[in-house]
Design a binder for this molecule. Structure first.
Ligand code: CP
Length: 316
């Protein structure tokens, strides 16, 4: 595997293997000096054309904890603003000697196109509505480790609630959760479901009240207002009445059930409850796990494959 463009690039063995390597990374991150020399000499560029807090910073943290050099490309202060093309930008970064590029772009397919312009490994950090594979991996890591089921989600049910249609997170997560054996339920109004939802292998429900007390994990999606037809936005109060997690609904979550959200949260839209008041909230744990899993992805794509290097300290 040279690139990670989509969850569909990964076999089930690849998924389980990355989650296993993430366990090693979690151990490293628990040390007083959370750094190993595994990627010393490698250079990783974060190339974000769309805003990000979690994904960009966790990839950069992951790279540094593996002792790689990090190059941060800021689209807003780059020569794109002087008319330089995307292709010339990628070829320029590549010519500086980059081993991997972590890219986010508002258009689906840009990471795939980039693979024609660079010899570096390309990692998709979110492209349009298409895919966000490392979010799917970190969420699978969070659920499997929460329930102690390691390589499987068989017998577990996960409800993904909200804007499925515009969500790259839903596309990656549904694929990975299902291949690990979970029963996935999507909960959304028809306007926020993709047309071909019946081919996704999920159960469809029209109301959060149908599922809130019945599932092992309640995964609330962000309402992606920036990707929506403006006619949906005035209907938000109606949407909230049927699909938002309120304090009353949160207390009906099953005992041991967990609450997840990829962030950033629209408070008062998909979450009307403060996640800090929900004992099963794992939203910040997802962020912590994001560093473990992105270290695992970088190590899998760029490392020697020898996990013995993960036992060493950075000065070794
Ligand atoms: N979940 C996620 O992709 O968050 P950011 O947009 O902050 O990276």
């Amino acid at each position: 595997m040279k690139h990670l463009l989509s969850s569909h690039d990964l076999s089930l063995d690849d998924i389980v293997g990355i989650l296993d390597v993430a366990d090693h990374m979690a151990e490293i991150n628990s040390r007083s000096l959370p750094k190993v020399p595994a990627l010393r000499g490698k250079t990783i560029a974060s190339v974000f054309f769309e805003d990000s807090t979690r994904t960009r910073l966790s990839f950069e943290t992951a790279a540094k904890r593996l002792s790689a050099d990090v190059m941060t490309f800021m689209a807003s202060s780059s020569s794109l603003n002087k008319g330089e093309s995307l292709r010339d930008t990628i070829e320029t970064l590549s010519a500086m000697g980059v081993d991997a590029m972590v890219i986010r772009h508002k258009s689906s397919g840009v990471p795939l196109t980039m693979t024609q312009w660079t010899d570096a490994a390309v990692i998709n950090a979110g492209d349009g509505w298409h895919q966000h594979p490392t979010q799917g991996l970190l969420d699978a890591y969070t659920v499997t480790r929460e329930f102690g089921t390691k390589d499987s989600l068989a017998g577990r049910s996960i409800a993904i609630v909200g804007d499925i249609k515009h969500s790259r997170v839903a596309r990656s997560n549904i694929d990975i959760f299902r291949r690990l054996g979970a029963h996935v339920i999507v909960v959304a109004p028809p306007a926020l479901l993709p047309k071909n939802i019946e081919s996704w292998g999920v159960e469809v429900r029209a109301n959060i009240d149908d599922v809130v007390g019945q599932v092992d994990a309640l995964y609330m999606l962000r309402m992606q207002l920036e990707r929506m037809d403006s006619s949906i936005v005035p209907k938000l109060p109606e949407y909230c009445a049927l699909y938002s997690l309120t304090p009353e609904r949160a207390v009906r979550m099953g005992s041991g059930a967990i609450l997840m959200h990829p962030g950033p949260i629209n408070r008062g839209v998909e979450l009307i409850v403060d996640p800090a008041d929900v004992p099963g909230s794992r939203i910040l744990k997802q962020v912590t796990n994001g560093v473990n899993v992105r270290m695992a992805v970088l190590f899998t794509l760029l490392g020697s494959g020898a996990t013995t290097v993960l036992q060493q300290g950075a000065e070794s």
